[in-house]
Design a protein around this ligand. Sequence first.
Ligand code: PEP
Length: 253
Amino acid sequence: MRKLFIAGNWKMNTDAKSASVLALGLAKALDTSIYKAVDVAVCPPFVYLQGVATALAGSKISLGAQNVYFEDNGAFTGETSCAMLKDLCCEYVILGHSERRHVIGETDGLINKKMHKTLASGLKPIFAVGELLAQREANETDKVVKTQIEKGLAGITAEQMKDITIAYEPVWAIGTGKTATSGQAQAVHAFIRQRVASLDGQVAAKLCILYGGSVKANNATELFAMADIDGGLIGGASLVADEFLAICRAGQV
Ligand code: PEP
């Protein structure tokens, strides 16, 4: 039985005060038995990790970063290392998010280097994959997701896979208000689990696969009820405490 996992991706939003207020509010609210059956993480902007870490101290919420670089230190202006994230109590790192792939231009090769460094450092990747609208319309979803998984996870062992969460995020559903139907999402999640099962069946059975793409309180229950959907990577709705908390309650019934 896989435990429900909800991760909030705050993207480039909030400021120092609102980030801490949001984190404190979530920490307090989630500290009740209603949320026992769900694991929760939030991924604030780098500059607010410290403040949010302080706000979350002693709570059940884990801290994640939205990105990381694969080198240890040195002349890499603007980058952040795994050790720096660990220093700030991060447990998770989002890798391969569509905004980093398609807006910033990250390649599968770069994501793979980050994947290796993240795992070697003891941080847990939340590895995002997903197709563009044109690729879905051309019936290429499985092919795109398969390639992203094979290249992003190249050289990763079955043992290391235990620390990875995969997030299926169709690009056309991110921040657009369009959600994949529960059937569309389930089909891709099942496909991802089969791909991982071809490497190791036991790891695949335990693998947490999140859905992301305009998840809201009013569609979360149906999505999380699907056999291979183990929770969500939540963007816009993670910035509103009541909405995020309602998503955390969804799927627990
Ligand atoms: C995301 O940022 O990963 C995401 C899914 O965003 P949204 O929920 O806003 O679509």
